[in-house]
Design a protein around this ligand. Structure first.
Ligand SMILES: Nc1ncnc2c1ncn2[C@@H]1O[C@H](COP(=O)(O)OP(=O)(O)OP(=O)(O)O)[C@@H](O)[C@H]1O
Length: 250
């Protein structure tokens, strides 16, 4: 569903990502980890057609990312800052998004109401986004990303700012969508979320993919410390010390 070959992005002298290969099948939740500045957002911006790669290529559901209009039909994207109009109410915002996605008015109204309900926002449907808290904006941005049941869902820190109940509902919605065939590309620093819902984890370090495995197999790679944890594995894979896998890629 997501195929990338040799994706590279330079910003002047800065190498944001380097020769990135990805292959993510249907219905998989792919946890995309990496330290600050590793290149996660850059990768997602390329795959969602918002930024062009310096070199390399990728397809989403078989469509090349150079075909922006066609790719946009297949995807939903929740970036770090949800793209919302402050002057609209939550319902107006979501209705607008549904219209852009060609949902019929009856379909969209039902779906919006049910998702607002699920995320405990129904009573705030007529409140302006300007008056929303950070978490309420995040929920609205998430609903906007999944409204049209995209084939591929890109999520950048989706649980940021959410209370524990909302974060749980959001994880449940991600798992439900994956179970019905949506491929989820999930970037987060919250390792417990990845442990709970990701089928595969990719670890990006300095713009390169240094590991890709199931969360449990990755956890078992941790060599130091009293306990093998995903955190220990992550810290080892993203330390300044060379590791064998990275050295092999160099
Ligand atoms: N528009 C830009 N112009 C110049 N450099 C950029 C730009 N966007 C990203 N970069 C650089 O590319 C590198 C990767 O940044 P990116 O935002 O992709 O990292 P990230 O893994 O998403 O980080 P974080 O976890 O902090 O969100 C960084 O060195 C960053 O400074």
């Amino acid at each position: 569903m997501i195929e990338a070959t040799g994706l590279t992005k330079h910003y002047g002298q800065t190498v944001a990502i380097e020769s990135l290969d990805l292959s993510v099948p249907d219905g998989v939740v792919y946890g995309f980890l990496g330290p600050n500045g590793a290149g996660k957002t850059t990768t997602m911006r390329i795959l969602t057609t918002l930024t062009q790669p310096t070199s390399g290529s990728a397809t989403i559901n078989g469509t090349p990312i150079s075909d922006r209009t066609a790719v946009t039909r297949h995807i939903g994207y929740l970036p770090e800052v949800p793209p919302l109009y402050a002057e609209l109410t939550a319902f107006e915002q979501l209705d607008l998004a549904a219209g852009l996605r060609d949902l019929s008015p009856s379909q969209s109204s039902e779906r919006i109401t049910s998702l607002l309900d699920r995320l405990d926002l129904r009573e705030d449907a007529q409140t302006k986004i300007a008056d929303f808290s950070r978490g309420m904006r995040q929920k609205t941005g998430f609903i906007q990303a999944i409204l049209h049941d995209p084939a591929v869902l890109f999520l950048d820190e989706p649980t940021a700012g959410l209370d524990p109940r909302a974060a749980r509902t959001l994880r449940e919605l991600i798992v439900e969508h994956a179970a019905s065939g949506t491929t989820v590309f999930l970037s987060t620093h919250i390792l417990s979320v990845v442990e709970e819902i990701a089928d595969t984890v990719g670890v990006l370090y300095d713009g390169r993919l240094v590991a890709e495995d199931t969360p449990s197999d990755l956890t078992h790679r941790a060599e130091t410390g009293d306990h093998q944890t995903l955190e220990a594995a992550f810290l080892e894979l993203t330390s300044e010390e060379p590791n064998t896998e990275q050295a092999a890629n160099d």
